[in-house]
Design a protein around this ligand. Structure first.
Ligand SMILES: C[S@@+](CC[C@H](N)C(=O)[O-])C[C@H]1O[C@@H](n2cnc3c(N)ncnc32)[C@H](O)[C@@H]1O
Length: 264
């Protein structure tokens, strides 16, 4: 992931977001640091689907500035471990939430096999070229049978004209194949539930305005705005949409549901 627009969006803007939250106050931190479009309803669905419980280790792959993981720690008492390749985003997450952050790529997770109780990967897969490698790595570090929660931008058709720089969107069918190939059973998938409450949206907008106020003239800011405008256009035209997915890791050696159906 080297596209300059993505570095702008996921690194420069991540650092500026943490600066703005520090100026505005702590209650802005979680909404502003949910940068993969997860809202409280989506996070609650994922947390319940994955049966998060106090004390369990939740690995957040592509954690960005750490909003979703911090939300899960605050509401469900999990012990999050954040994994994120962008240096300024790692520093921003550590500054805002004091959570442990591993600076690494999702295709090479520096954790032992079976060492985490649940994993999230929210708004990340469409930014990753080798989606299968990331899913395989998550499967390796998850406890056998444990849950994976995904928020994924999916495409209606395999080719999306004018996709934002560095993004490639799987179709729902391709996503199911990728999960199966990586050793996951798909439990459930839904459209992202409803809108965020106004008080959440207003905090997100206040932080975005504070960032724009200081950095509007910066090239990285213009690139990030262009990325988000092209997402808005694609969502509005129905070419892409957002899904929440709950899957569980198959223990090694157990055939997939799909192959068991085909064997019958
Ligand atoms: C849209 S942001 C979502 C951030 C966070 N998950 C959230 O919901 O707030 C996508 C994140 O994926 C990260 N990312 C991109 N490629 C990655 C990879 N190969 N491995 C892990 N993370 C990656 C980016 O750096 C960025 O922080």
């Amino acid at each position: 992931m080297t596209a300059s627009a993505m570095v702008a969006e996921f690194d420069d803007v991540a650092g500026w977001t943490a600066d703005a939250v520090e100026r505005l106050g702590e209650r802005y931190a979680i909404p502003a640091a949910c940068r993969g479009s997860a809202n409280p309803a989506a996070l609650a669905w994922l947390a319940e689907a994955c049966e998060l419980r106090a004390g369990s280790v939740l690995l957040d792959v592509g954690a960005g500035v750490g909003g979703p993981a911090a939300w899960a720690a605050e509401r469900f008492g999990v012990r999050p471990v954040l994994l994120e390749p962008m240096p300024a985003a790692c520093r921003a997450a550590a500054r805002l939430f004091g959570l442990p952050v591993v600076s690494a790529d999702g295709a090479r997770i520096p954790l032992r096999p079976g060492s985490v109780d649940a994993a999230w990967c929210l708004g990340v897969l469409d930014t990753v070229r080798d989606k299968a490698a990331v899913l395989r790595e998550i499967h390796r570090v998850l406890r056998p049978g444990a849950s994976l929660g995904l928020l994924v931008v999916v495409a209606r058709d395999p080719d999306v004209p004018a996709a934002p720089e560095g993004n490639s969107f799987p179709t729902p069918r391709r996503l199911a194949e990728l999960l199966d190939g990586a050793g996951f059973d798909l439990v459930e998938r839904i459209e992202r539930p409803g809108d965020a409450p106004l008080s959440w949206t207003r905090r997100v907008e206040r932080v975005a305005a504070a960032v724009a106020g200081r950095h509007r003239a910066d090239r990285a800011h213009a690139l990030a705005v262009r990325q988000s405008e092209s997402f808005v256009r694609l969502f509005a035209s129905g070419q892409i949409s957002m899904e929440l997915v709950h899957a569980t890791g198959r223990p090694a050696g157990r055939p997939s549901e799909q192959s068991r159906v085909e064997d019958r």
